[in-house]
Design a protein around this ligand. Structure first.
Ligand code: SAH
Length: 353
């Protein structure tokens, strides 16, 4: 039996069933056995591939987008260039390479990374040249204009699930059945945050909440509103949560989230409306599909320039990467972009108010 399964079985035997959020937090971030705490899961040999790992174009365009916001906001002489959950560090490395040509940008930037995994911090240290400051939480970022990126970060934060039952809810919980981890339902509850969802759900519907995600959005929104900057949040999800989106992936295929605690990636779709609401008083943009966002930022022209020096297999894989990032059947519509920006400023390029 895996160390984490034994730990979870003992915890449930002693304290009773746990929320999906507590299960997810343990599976992903348990300091000894957690998925991110123990491995680098990215790439063809890993469990899943993210946009920055698909092509350098993703990070280049996001970097230039942030640099344009920095120019539009009057080039603050010192600012935080921050990323949440940077994985291997590829996105930030591409941002730094692409923005080298923007006069004054890098001299004014202080790079701050929020990363909970020691294994991935080590990977980031290898990938990103120059000074970097790591944080466990957004709260410990220093003051200053905040230019922030988060790709596939919010989907990894623990969610709770509630199933509509009459005029109230029952929480989905992880319990034991014959020593196997199983999903069940807790007793009736009426969380105030879900009161408004009685209007747009029916018996048996599931809604998901992500308290930690809302707390992060509130923190960065307050900072951007007060001190300037912008955030680009990229993830899969939609404008509000409806239905069970709790999922596990291992070796690029979906698996049962209860089957291998700590050995599979667990995620849930992001409720962007909840993040936007939490981020007030920062303003938010319209939710924009990743494909449209990247096309507006000029990915076609960038892809063409890169294609000029390629041929054969390398050219094919470059064109496939372009398609993968933007294509409607691939990441182009499933993934969405939400921008946060201060009142009185222009929204980030590629996004609309
Ligand atoms: N942005 C990267 C990695 C996405 S995976 C990419 O696009 O490739 C999620 C990342 O968030 C990992 O780096 C993981 O270690 C980090 N992470 C997940 N939960 C976290 C938490 N609660 N606090 C800090 N980092 C976290």
């Amino acid at each position: 039996m895996s160390g984490l399964r034994a730990h979870l079985l003992a915890r449930i035997a002693e304290a009773g069933p746990m929320s999906v959020a507590d299960y997810m937090a343990a599976c992903l971030m348990h300091p000894e056995f957690g998925y991110y705490a123990t491995r680098d899961p990215f790439g063809p040999g890993g469990d899943f591939v993210t946009a920055p790992e698909v092509s350098q174009m993703f990070g280049e365009l996001l970097g230039l987008c942030l640099a344009q916001v920095w120019l539009d906001q009057g080039r603050p002489v010192r600012f935080l260039l921050a990323e949440l959950g940077p994985g291997r560090g590829t996105l930030m490395a591409d941002v730094l390479r692409a923005t080298r040509g923007v006069p004054g940008f890098q001299g004014a930037a202080e790079v701050h990374l929020v990363e909970g995994s020691a294994v991935l911090r080590a990977a980031q240290r290898r990938t990103i040249a120059g000074d970097v400051i790591w944080h466990d939480r957004v709260e410990s970022l220093p003051e200053g204009p905040l230019y922030l990126l988060a790709n596939e970060f919010f989907d990894a934060l623990p969610i709770r699930q509630f199933q509509r039952s009459g005029d109230g809810w029952r929480e989905r919980v992880v319990g034991l059945s014959d020593d196997r981890l199983t999903l069940g339902l807790g007793g009736p509850v009426a969380p105030p945050a879900l009161a408004e969802r009685l209007a747009d759900t029916r018996e048996g519907d599931i809604v998901e909440t992500c308290g930690p995600g809302e707390a992060v959005a509130a923190e960065i929104g307050a900072r951007i509103a007060a001190q300037g900057g912008a955030a680009l949040i990229v993830d899969y999800g939609d404008w509000r949560s409806l239905g069970d989106t709790f999922q596990a992936v291992k070796g690029h295929v979906p698996v049962d989230p209860m089957a291998e605690p700590g050995a599979a990636d667990l995620t849930a779709h992001v409720d962007f409306a909840a993040l936007a609401r939490a981020a007030a008083p920062a303003l938010h943009t319209r939710l924009t599909p990743q494909g449209i966002f990247l096309e507006r930022l000029g990915i076609a022209a960038r892809a063409e320039v890169l294609a000029r020096n390629l041929s054969g297999r390398a050219l094919e894989s470059h064109l496939a990467a372009y398609q993968r990032l933007t294509g409607a059947e691939e990441m182009g519509t499933l993934f969405k972009v939400l921008g946060l920006y201060p009142e009185g400023a222009a929204p980030p390029p590629g996004l609309e108010p």
